[in-house]
Design a protein around this ligand. Structure first.
Ligand code: ADP
Ligand code: MG
Length: 322
């Protein structure tokens, strides 16, 4: 029996709704109507996941749904915005009801956790691809901009680095991956609450989707400054203790998909943020210092320098191995 686009929307997307009273009109009309508070700015971000490129095609549908929303919320976190609404454009080769059910379960689990309401979207046939747009609210002047880094600020990351890249490498090599590490690849936790705690502190922030060096590079470029990075202090998951040091470092510096926040703040902010992180049971690790001299200097604890071998992941530069 043929299932129409209308049926899919009704059955899968219109069912689970996080009812928000700022949604005047949600799914079902030609456009959604959303009430933005007069004293807030609207932060808007969009990310696409292409099957076989951003995730292996055999990835569980639940994880694809989870990740599609989570990576978008990570962008709002990196701006310090509070997520409120999302739209979803889903392109799938066929109507596979089991897949759709799994996808929606993952997507709406994240949506409910952050009180995000799906307010519209589009559904089409074609190679598997998921585009999500998220909307967040911010007080004017409090956004965490990439251009806000200043020499003398301390540099931090939340959580641990390189877990997702280690998981992907092991997965591709057919090795077993500890469940909590695989989880880091397939079900990233966007640092939404921490981003909001950072908002208004004057921090520069970015979420690490393409690897620490690449993403820190974006902050430094936008802020026209440089940094010394203490590479022996980069945090990694306890479950990855046995990964050889070289390989771990490569995953931490170049690996993507961690969705942790990298941020720089003035010294006065550090104590309160550290306290907040501890309360949230989220590691927050000092990994370096912002300097006026351009470039990233990767320094060992003994004072010697390490020369980075490559860049972060760039979809257009590195077209062979997406
Ligand atoms: P139109 O032809 O006017 O663009 P559609 O038939 O594409 O309308 O969509 C009908 C309604 O369903 C709209 O409100 C749209 O936002 C919503 N919608 C379509 N696809 C999705 C989806 N994948 N997720 C959420 N809402 C969707
Ligand atoms: Mg449409």
């Amino acid at each position: 029996m043929a299932v129409s686009e209308f049926d899919i929307i009704e059955r899968y997307f219109r069912q689970h709704v996080t009812q928000r009273n700022d949604v005047v009109l949600g799914i079902g009309d030609d456009a959604a109507l959303l009430q933005v508070p007069a004293d807030r700015q609207l932060a808007v971000a969009m990310d696409t996941l292409v099957g076989g490129r951003h995730f292996p095609l055999q990835t569980a549908a639940f994880d694809v749904g989870w990740k599609a929303l989570a990576v978008n919320l990570s962008d709002l976190a990196a701006m310090g915005a509070r997520p409120v609404w999302a739209t979803l454009s889903l392109t799938t080769p066929a109507v596979d009801e089991d897949w759709l059910t799994g996808f929606c379960n993952g997507f709406f689990q994240v949506a409910e956790r952050y009180r995000v309401e799906l307010v519209g979207g589009d559904t089409t046939r074609g190679p598997l691809s998921i585009t999500v747009q998220v909307h967040g609210l911010l007080e004017s002047g409090k956004a965490l901009r990439r251009a806000a880094a200043r020499a003398g600020q301390q540099l931090f990351v939340t959580g641990t680095l390189g877990d997702a890249a280690c998981a992907l490498q092991a997965f591709e090599a057919g090795d077993t991956v500890p469940a909590e590490v695989l989880q880091r690849l397939n079900r990233p936790d966007p640092r939404v609450d921490f981003g909001q705690a950072l908002a208004g502190t004057g921090a520069a922030a970015i979420d690490i989707s393409d690897g620490l060096l690449a993403d820190l590079g974006h902050i430094l470029e936008a802020s026209q400054c440089g940094a010394t990075l203490w590479i022996d202090r980069l945090p990694h998951a306890p479950a990855l203790e046995s990964v050889p040091g070289e390989r771990m470092l490569a995953c931490q510096l170049y690996g993507g998909d961690d969705y942790e926040l990298c941020f720089s703040v003035d010294a006065e902010q550090v104590e309160a943020l550290t306290r907040y992180a501890r309360q949230q049971q989220l590691p927050m690790t000092g990994i370096g210092i912002i300097e006026s001299q351009a470039g990233i200097r990767c320094m060992h604890d003994d004072g010697s320098f390490y020369t980075p071998q490559g860049g972060g992941f760039d979809h257009f530069r590195d077209t062979e191995d997406g």
